[in-house]
Unconditional design. Structure first.
Lengths: 359, 250
C-alpha cells in the first residue's frame, strides 16, 4: 500500500509545515492571516464532503458559518459586558437582554450551539428537501436563497444582531487579550489542529462503507433506493456534517479575526467557498482544503495590489476550471503524475476513484 | 389462494395521464417459480415491475408479497422486504469497484455501525455473488471499465448479494451478444434454483430455451398464461405478436 504510506507521509509533512515551520517563519500578522484561511478551509472541507462526495451543491454554507460565528460572538459579547448589556445594544436603545441571548452567557451552551444549531437546521432542511427528492440545481438555488434570507434577517434585527456591523470589539477571549501575539498564536494552533482532526475524520468517513454509499448516491440516487437504502437519509446526514464543519469554522473565525458580520456570510462569501473548492479539486478532500487556503491567500495578496480586481479574476478562474479542469488542481496534478509515469515507461496506475487520493 | 404463493396481484390498474397502462391485471407467482413475462411493446410488462417495486403507484388493485401489501410503500422499504430488481439499462456505480458495488448491495442487512467502518476483505455473501457471476478477475476494477454484458451480470450479482426472496429482471439479455446470452441463461438457471424469479423478456429464442411458465401481457391485461409450448401455440398470442387480425387467423 505505497499509496497509503505516501498519503500519511504527505499529511505528516503538511502538519509539520503548519504546526512548526509556519509559526516559526511567519510574522504574527501573517500567521493570523493563515489562521483565517484555515477557518475557511474547515468550511471548505464540509463543502468537499457534501458537494464533491455527495453531489449536493450547497451555495449557502455561509449560513452555517454565520450561525457558528454568531453563537461564539454572542458568548464573547456577553462575557465582555459582564452582566450588563453588550455595547451595541445600548447604542441601539435595547433595554433588556433579549431572551434569545440569555443562554449564550453560558460558555458550554454557546459552544454546543456552535455545532448543534447548524446541525439542527441542516437536518430540518435536509428532511424537508431530500425527502421530496429536490436535488441538483433546485437544491443549490434553495441554499443560496437561504443565505440571502439569513443576511436580510441579520441586517434587519439591529438590536438583536448588531445589524450590518455585526458583532465585534471583543476584549477578552477566554481570559486572554485577543490582540496579544500569544493569543493569536494559540488561536492559530487551535484552528490548525481542529482542521487536521476534522480532515482525518472526513477522510475516514469517505473511506468507510458510508463513504462508498455517499458516492453511489451522488452517481445514481435512484438506483441506491433499489439497494435498500434511503438516499434522503444519507444526504441529510452528510449535509448535517458539512453544516457542523461550517459552524465550527465560523466559531473559530470570530476570535481569530475579531468580527462576524452579514457581509462575511451572505451569498458572495458562500459562493467564494464553493469556487475555492472547485479550483482546488472537489473530488478530493485535500483539494477542498488546498483551494480554500490558496484562493484566500491569493485574494489577500491580490487585493493589496488591486482592490477591485479579485472578483473578476476569481470568476474567470472558476469558469476556466469548470470547463477545462473539472477536477481542479488535484485533478491536474494527477494527470501530470500519470503522464510522467507513462513517459518513464511505467504503466499508469489503474484509475482509482478520485476521493482516494491521500492528504 | 394457494399456501405457497409468494406474490399475489389482483385487479391492478395503472393510469398515466388518462392512458390505461395496466387495466386490471391478476398474477400469482408461487415461491420457487421461474416466471417469464412477455408481450409486445407497450403491453405493460415494465409498468407491472415498476408497481411491484414501488416506482409507480397503482390507481387500483392490490399487490401482496408474502402477505404484505406493497402498494404505497417507498422503494427502499420494498427492497428490505426482500424484492430486488434490475433495469433495462443497467446502472452500476462506475466509480466504485466491482466488489464495492456488491458490498453495497449486501450492506443494508448489516447493523448500522458497520456502515461507518472501512470494508476489510470480502464478506461471504459478496464472495458468493462474485463467484456466481464469474467476475472474480475484475473484482477490484472500477465498474466503469466493464462491458455491457458484464454490467448486467454485476447487476444480477448485486441482486443475489441482497439475498432477496423475489428477483425481477427487466430484459436481462437485451443488447447482448450470443455468447453473453448463453452465459446469462446459465446464470438465470442457477439463480432460479434457489430464488423466485420473474423475467421480462422480448427475446423469443431466449424464452424457448430457458422458460417454463410464461405469462403473456397485451395492452395492459393478461392474455394467456401457461407453459412455453401452450403459450406459443395459442392463436391469440400469435395474433398479437404477428399482428394478424382474428379473421385472417381463423
Amino acid at each position: 500500500m505505497s499509496d497509503r504510506l505516501r498519503g500519511y507521509a504527505l499529511f505528516a509533512s503538511i502538519s509539520l509545515l503548519l504546526l512548526v515551520v509556519a509559526p516559526l517563519a511567519l510574522p504574527a500578522f501573517r500567521l493570523d492571516e493563515l489562521a483565517k484561511y484555515l477557518c475557511f478551509a474547515i468550511a471548505a472541507l464540509g463543502i468537499g464532503l457534501a458537494w464533491g462526495q455527495g453531489g449536493m451543491l450547497t451555495l449557502g454554507q455561509g449560513v452555517f458559518f454565520g450561525l457558528g460565528g454568531y453563537a461564539m460572538a454572542m458568548y464573547l459579547k456577553l462575557h465582555d459586558a459582564g452582566g450588563d448589556l453588550p455595547d451595541f445594544m445600548v447604542w441601539s436603545g435595547v433595554e433588556h437582554l433579549p431572551a434569545l441571548w440569555k443562554p449564550f452567557g453560558n460558555v458550554g451552551i454557546a459552544l454546543a450551539a456552535v455545532v448543534a444549531v447548524s446541525v439542527a437546521i441542516a437536518v430540518v432542511l435536509g428532511v424537508l428537501v431530500f425527502r421530496q427528492r429536490v436535488r441538483g440545481a433546485y437544491f443549490a438555488i434553495l441554499t443560496q436563497a437561504l443565505a440571502a434570507a439569513f443576511v436580510i434577517l441579520l441586517v434587519g434585527q439591529q438590536g438583536l444582531t448588531g445589524g450590518t456591523n455585526g458583532l465585534t470589539n471583543f476584549y477578552d477571549v477566554f481570559g486572554r487579550d485577543p490582540e496579544a501575539e500569544g493569543t493569536q498564536r494559540t488561536l492559530y494552533f487551535v484552528t490548525a489542529i481542529v482542521l487536521g482532526v476534522l480532515y482525518l475524520g472526513a477522510r475516514q468517513l469517505v473511506k468507510s462503507r458510508f463513504g462508498r454509499l455517499l458516492v453511489a448516491v451522488r452517481d445514481g440516487e435512484d438506483r441506491v433506493r433499489f439497494l435498500g437504502y434511503n438516499p434522503a437519509t444519507v444526504k441529510t446526514v452528510t449535509f448535517a456534517i458539512s453544516a457542523a464543519m461550517a459552524g465550527l469554522a465560523g466559531a473559530l473565525f470570530v476570535p481569530v479575526v475579531g468580527i462576524i458580520s452579514p457581509s462575511l456570510l451572505g451569498v458572495v462569501p458562500s459562493l467564494e467557498l464553493v469556487v475555492a473548492v472547485a479550483v482546488g479539486g472537489r473530488y478530493a478532500l485535500a483539494g477542498a482544503v488546498l483551494g480554500a487556503v490558496v484562493m484566500n491567500y491569493a485574494k489577500t495578496s491580490f487585493s493589496e495590489q488591486w482592490a477591485g480586481g479579485w472578483l473578476y479574476l476569481e470568476g474567470a478562474l472558476f469558469i476556466l476550471v469548470m470547463t477545462l479542469a473539472p477536477k481542479g488542481a488535484v485533478g491536474l496534478y494527477e494527470q501530470a503524475r500519470d503522464a510522467l509515469a507513462r513517459r518513464r515507461g511505467v504503466p499508469a496506475p489503474a484509475p482509482t476513484a478520485p476521493q482516494e487520493v491521500a492528504a | 389462494m394457494s399456501e405457497q404463493s409468494l406474490l399475489e396481484i389482483r385487479g391492478l390498474e395503472v393510469v398515466f395521464d388518462g392512458f390505461k397502462a395496466l387495466g386490471g391485471v391478476d398474477l400469482t407467482v408461487a415461491a420457487g417459480e421461474l416466471r417469464f413475462l412477455i408481450g409486445p411493446n407497450g403491453a405493460g410488462k415494465t409498468t407491472l415491475i415498476d408497481v411491484i417495486t414501488g416506482l409507480t403507484r397503482p390507481a387500483a388493485g392490490t399487490v401482496r408479497f408474502a402477505g404484505t401489501e406493497l402498494a404505497g410503500r417507498p422503494e427502499h422499504k420494498i427492497v428490505r422486504l426482500g424484492i430486488g430488481r434490475t433495469f433495462q439499462t443497467s446502472v452500476v456505480f462506475e466509480e466504485l469497484t466491482v466488489v464495492e458495488n456488491l458490498d453495497l448491495a449486501a450492506g443494508f442487512r448489516r447493523p448500522l455501525p458497520t456502515l461507518l467502518r472501512q470494508r476489510r476483505g470480502v464478506s461471504d455473501e459478496v464472495a458468493a455473488a462474485l463467484d456466481t457471476i464469474g467476475l472474480g478477475d475484475l473484482a477490484d476494477r472500477p465498474a466503469g471499465v466493464l462491458s455491457h454484458g458484464q454490467r448486467q451480470w454485476l447487476e444480477i450479482g448485486m441482486l443475489v448479494a441482497q439475498r432477496p426472496r423475489l428477483l425481477l429482471l427487466d430484459e436481462p439479455v437485451a443488447g447482448m451478444s450470443g455468447d453473453e446470452r448463453e452465459r446469462t441463461g446459465e446464470l438465470l438457471t442457477e439463480i432460479a434454483r434457489d430464488h423466485t424469479v420473474i423475467v421480462v423478456e422480448h427475446d423469443m429464442e431466449f424464452l424457448r430455451r430457458y422458460a417454463s411458465q410464461v405469462t403473456v401481457l397485451h395492452e395492459g391485461r393478461v392474455l394467456v398464461e401457461g407453459d412455453v409450448a401452450a403459450v406459443q401455440s395459442d392463436p391469440r398470442v400469435q395474433e398479437v405478436y404477428l399482428g394478424r387480425t382474428r379473421e385472417e387467423a381463423a
